[in-house]
Design a binder for this molecule. Structure first.
Ligand SMILES: Cc1ncc(COP(=O)(O)O)c(C=O)c1O
Length: 365
């Protein structure tokens, strides 16, 4: 029998998402006790204490389904964002929301514009829904909004903007964002992906929510996976105009966000002091990485996120050499770069020492 007659033929070329190596795999491969995982832009610290307590309190009641509408969390997020609860959607990570929003708007023949390199899920979404991906190269590591606007045509339905951009950590500024909003036609939904929003310190950064009015076709997506340390719980949210939120609600899984994730997110929001501490720690350790890289002659792009794009002429060798030193970073195929998540204060000296050893071995990066 042939599966060709059963599986959608247009899925044939699609690759599954490849997560970074897990620490346990590398421990096995290298025999090293201490392995530092800097490949998935996770928080090096655990969930907030209030989230851990909330999860513990929910655990005995896991025989019950969660609130399918994430009502309490939606209300809480809405009041923080200054919008109505009907304009908030909650998903199993913002990843699920990016897909659901795409599913709600895309039909075959549509085009999706996004910068490249950027978050790998954007091309994956295009593949899933059989639409045409229109990647627009970054210019000097930053979204080239003029080129992105020029790439918009009659068939464009969606534009992803990733700010800060994964994997480069760069941001586009207020002026660029205003230009996109003014220049994009009404039939294009702009999805601003702000997964790393809470790490940003630049005054030039345009908070996507400032442009959200519930009318124009604009979505702002954020997550609890990064600064809140809840990547394993799978919970993210988006501000979405009401008609689109209703469409997403109609197509999502009935119980898409677990009760553990809803509670963990709900109680994390209250601890603003912890968010500030983690942002400050990220800044400190990022500065430490920069100074180590400067000392070693390693080139990188200044980042507004919790990761740094390190430029290297030998990404494969450098990746393997760092692995041998017990540090897992992220490679990007043919790109002459590696992405390094900012480590904890405890791990940072070992990470700097690993880079030093690799530069010593390879001559340069
Ligand atoms: C730019 C960007 N958007 C969205 C996500 C999705 O995060 P999650 O699904 O864990 O909320 C990530 C995760 O790495 C990301 O880098």
């Amino acid at each position: 029998m042939s599966w060709d007659a059963i599986i959608r033929p247009d899925l044939a070329g699609l690759e599954p998402y490849r997560p970074g190596l897990r620490a346990s795999e590398v421990r096995e491969r290298t025999g090293r006790e201490r392995v530092i995982k800097l490949s998935s832009n996770e928080s090096p610290y655990g969930p907030f204490p209030s989230a851990v307590a909330a999860i513990a309190s929910i655990a005995p009641r896991l025989n019950r389904y969660p609130d399918g509408s994430s009502r309490a969390l939606r209300r809480k997020l809405a009041s923080g964002l200054g919008i109505s609860a009907e304009e908030v959607v909650v998903g199993a990570g913002s990843n699920e929301l990016l897909r659901l929003i795409a599913q709600a708007v895309l039909t075959p023949g549509d085009e999706v514009v996004y910068a490249w390199p950027s978050f790998v899920v954007y091309p994956m979404v295009c593949g899933t829904f059989g639409v045409t991906a229109v990647p627009v190269p970054l210019k000097d590591g930053v979204h080239d909004v003029d080129a992105m606007l020029a790439a918009v045509g009659k068939r464009t339905k969606l534009m992803f903007l990733c700010n800060p951009n994964n994997p480069t950590g760069t941001i586009y500024g207020r002026e660029a964002f205003a230009k996109v909003l003014a220049g994009v036609p009404e039939h294009v939904l702009v999805v601003v992906d702000e997964a790393y929003f809470e790490f940003v310190t630049s005054a030039e950064y345009p908070n996507g929510m400032e442009a959200f009015d519930g009318e124009r076709p604009l979505v702002v997506a954020r997550t609890f996976s990064k600064i809140y340390g809840l990547a394993g719980a799978r919970v993210g949210y988006a501000a979405v105009p009401k008609p689109l939120a209703a469409a997403v609600d109609a197509i999502r899984e009935p119980f898409n966000v677990s009760s553990l994730a809803q509670a963990a997110a709900h109680y994390s929001i209250d601890d603003e002091a912890e968010v500030r501490r983690r942002r400050a720690s990220n800044q400190e350790q990022k500065a430490y990485l920069y100074s180590s890289f400067d000392r070693l002659g390693i080139r990188y792009l200044p980042s507004e996120a919790n990761f740094v794009w390190v430029v290297t002429e030998r990404p494969v060798e450098a990746f393997e050499a760092l692995l041998a030193e017990g540090v897992i970073v992220r490679g990007f195929g043919a790109a002459d770069a590696l992405r390094v998540t900012v480590p904890s204060a405890e791990d940072a000296p070992a990470v700097a020492a690993a880079f030093e050893a690799v530069v010593g071995r390879l001559g340069s990066l």
